[in-house]
Design a protein around this ligand. Structure first.
Ligand code: PMP
Length: 443
């Protein structure tokens, strides 16, 4: 297909992130390499934004899944069901080993996060508790680009110009970020206790019976660069929520669906939420797919109450998208990819430490499985972040692409929701040892 840019006065008719710049065209991709029209062969070290979790080598199986579902007509999900979402939901619930009992599919992470929050609100209303109006989230977090999700997010850089449009119902407590906020003399237990107290204090400040839910990412992605919750943290937060009858929502859009070496990131701690969101990897970059899962506690109240979930999107439970989701889950199982991520995740971590620990501007390397973040600092000793205006994360990203033909996912917000730069390495689950070594070498 030839794309003719000259037909439009400002280059291509398509709006790009950099409005004044035409990005290279990606012509094709093989394995984990994207071939660009400028002659570059970009090694995809992060699956874009932790999306194309099977790389580009599994197209035959995913293609067949799409074709199988293409035979499907469009059946309005308001009144009918189809087999792909039915089957995908069954398999997804099965992976939670009883923790979750129902699923609804959407097209993107933000839609699914908003559905989760609305579900939590409806849960309380079904119980006759209409007084709960507040959500607690965390200061370093990213939950999506819609107004509701931006309000939830603790990412000043992404919120700044839209603040006046955001619903004022969310308060933010500090995230769990031991590199920055743990005192050197604190034990694991003391640290987690202090973090749980921060949540408890917020409940008390708002009025404990006014909180709908606490929303968090078990491993913080875009806002912190792969920072896992400290051991014991998820359980401690669960206890605080339970004490006050608020629901616990885990946003696993970035860290879920096998990215950390377990199907769900919360499975590292064995602490399940009431509502869980997944996205990105579920569609493997082939289809736009996300899901909101919820447990029996929520399902029971919904069934016994109005019996209707008061939220819907046109493309929810979409047959073709769900056929791909189902096949992604099947491939992860058939090819034993969780084992690969866990095993080679240790190698990735070790190599990063070996090669980068001594670098004066690498403050911290952290993560789980194939979800590793590298934080950049001015000075290791003081952990001082770079000036926001230097855009170090973007400059690193450009240099990695131009000089090393390596794609990693850039981010900032680590320190205070605005400054603090990092890069994320998130290889596809079927990466080999050689792939991992190559990514680290180029990085
Ligand atoms: N939650 C998290 C944790 C995310 O990382 C993202 C996307 N980066 C979203 C929600 C929003 O997903 P989407 O961009 O698909 O709407």
């Amino acid at each position: 297909v030839e794309v003719i840019f000259e037909t439009h006065p400002f280059g291509s008719a398509l709006l790009h992130r950099n409005v004044n710049e035409q990005p290279p065209l990606a012509l094709s991709a093989t394995g984990n390499v994207i071939h660009l029209d400028n002659g570059f062969n970009m090694l995809d070290g992060s699956c874009g934004a932790a999306v194309s979790c099977l790389g580009h080598g599994h197209l035959p199986r995913l293609g067949e899944a799409v074709q199988g579902a293409f035979k499907m007509f469009y059946a309005p999900s308001l009144d009918y069901s189809t087999w792909p979402p039915e089957k995908c939901a069954e398999v997804l619930v099965h992976t939670t080993i009883g923790a979750m009992s129902k699923v609804i599919f959407y097209s993107g992470g933000s839609e699914a996060v908003e559905a989760g929050v609305k579900l939590a609100k409806q849960y309380h209303c079904e119980l006759g508790d209409w007084g709960r109006t507040r959500i607690i989230a965390r200061q370093q977090s990213y939950h999506g680009a819609t107004l509701g999700c931006l309000a939830l997010s603790g990412h000043e850089g992404r919120k700044r110009i839209f603040k006046c449009l955001l619903p004022d119902v969310v308060s933010h407590i500090p995230a769990c970020n031991p590199y920055y906020d743990r005192y050197s003399e604190e034990t694991d237990e003391q640290y987690v206790k202090r973090k749980a107290q921060e949540l408890e204090d917020e409940f008390q400040r708002l009025g404990p019976k006014s909180v709908i839910a606490f929303v968090m990412e078990p491993v913080v992605g875009a806002a912190l660069g792969c920072v896992p919750a400290a051991p014991g943290y998820l359980g401690a937060m669960r206890d605080v929520c339970d004490r006050h009858g608020a629901l616990l929502i885990f946003d696993e859009v970035m860290c879920g669906i096998g990215r950390t070496g377990k199907m769900h990131a919360w499975q590292h701690e064995g602490v399940a939420p009431d509502i869980q969101i997944v996205g990105k990897g579920l569609g493997a970059g082939i289809q736009a797919l996300s899901a909101t899962l919820f447990n029996h506690r929520v399902a029971k109240v919904l069934r016994g109450g109005s019996g209707t979930f008061q939220h819907g999107h046109t493309y929810q439970n979409h047959p073709i998208a769900c056929a791909v989701g189902l096949e992604v889950l099947n491939i992860i199982r058939d090819d034993r990819l969780l084992e690969n991520v866990e095993c080679l995740g240790h190698l990735l971590e070790d190599l990063l430490h070996e090669k980068l620990d001594s670098h004066p501007n690498v403050g911290n390397i952290r993560g789980l499985g194939f979800f590793q973040g590298i934080a950049f600092v001015v000075d290791k000793a003081t952990k001082q972040p770079f000036d926001v205006d230097l855009h170090v994360y973007q400059r690193f990203h450009e240099i990695a692409k131009q000089k090393c033909q390596l794609y990693t996912y850039p981010g900032n917000g680590t320190y205070d929701g605005l400054s603090g730069d990092h890069a994320i390495i998130a290889p596809p689950y079927n990466a080999t040892e050689d792939d991992i070594r190559e990514i680290v070498d180029r990085f």
